[in-house]
Design a protein around this ligand. Structure first.
Ligand code: PAF
Length: 281
């Protein structure tokens, strides 16, 4: 595995590969790699000739009072994990290279990026869209792999790719869960043992919602209320939102008739967790 830090070097590696007719599968990450990232790397390996993983904790997608400074960083451990997955290139640019002095360009994907996460993290998706667009320009992948856990992010990125005509196929891979249902996330590392136990409430609430819909409940507000009530029983949990939306437009659904996605954001102490369940019923 080769570690590349320079943008020029990354671009010329990608150009050479593509020149030889090889496909590049790209897994963008912010590091603190876990089993969810591994599943993305394996999916990329299955479908592409070469796998590039990027690690870049993107300052532009964190709000002023968020966890940018304390976001877990473990470059050595992450590199070792990438080696085990037989990643070809680990791309680790600096913030100065990605956002050179005088940088002014922003990308907003609206209204998709305004609601749900966007309502609680105002510039989050502009930051995500900008860095993903930059990384696509640098890594030049034919396919890019994202986890379903960040559901709204996947919808925003699909829109970005369509709107800016990026020749990149977006592959969304299923959320990888712990045995008790908690979605794998780099932020799970923040949880105390008590918090870790309390965090099970997210998956349980989504299972409850799913079961009610499967049993025929069609009033979205009623299902949402049940999920909310369930989460509120957990004293450590504070709800940011519980939503039932259309899977593509992310608009709130009133009457459930087609596919929907259950989305939630819950704070367990200082740790903010998100999760979702796509129901095609
Ligand atoms: O999902 C993430 O880890 C980040 O949002 C991403 C896509 C790497 C952009 O910084």
């Amino acid at each position: 595995m080769k570690i590349i830090k320079s943008i020029r070097q990354m671009q010329s590696w990608a150009e050479q590969r593509r020149g030889r007719g090889k496909t590049i599968g790209f897994v963008p990450t912010m590091g603190a790699l876990h089993e969810g990232h591994h599943s993305l790397m394996r999916a990329a390996r299955r479908r592409c000739d070469a796998v590039v993983v990027s690690i870049f904790v993107n300052p532009a997608q964190f709000g002023p009072n968020e966890d940018y400074a304390r976001y877990p960083r473990d470059a050595k451990g992450d590199a070792a994990l990438c080696r085990l997955e037989k990643v070809d290139i680990l791309f680790m640019p600096t913030a100065e290279a990605i956002y050179p002095e005088g940088h002014q360009t922003t990308i907003s994907v609206k209204p998709l990026g305004d609601g749900l996460e966007g309502a609680f993290r105002p510039n989050h998706f502009s930051g995500v869209a900008a860095v993903v667009a930059k990384l696509f320009q640098i890594v030049k992948p034919q396919m890019a792999f994202f986890g379903q856990k960040d559901y709204q992010q996947t919808v925003v990125i699909r829109r970005l790719v369509q709107d800016l005509h990026f020749p990149v196929k977006i592959i969304v891979c299923p959320t990888v869960r712990e045995k008790d249902g908690l979605a794998m996330s780099s932020r799970n590392r923040y949880l105390s043992s008590e918090g870790r136990r309390a965090a099970r409430v997210l998956f349980k609430a989504m299972q409850l919602g799913r079961d009610q819909i499967r049993e025929g409940k069609r009033n979205a507000a009623a299902v949402r209320n049940e999920m909310t009530r369930w989460i509120r029983q957990e004293p450590l949990a504070k709800i940011d939102y519980v939503a039932i939306t259309h899977p593509e437009t992310l608009e709130e659904v009133l009457h459930i008739k087609g596919p929907v996605v259950l989305l939630l954001a819950v704070r367990i102490g200082k740790t903010r967790l998100i999760d979702n369940l796509l129901l095609k019923h």
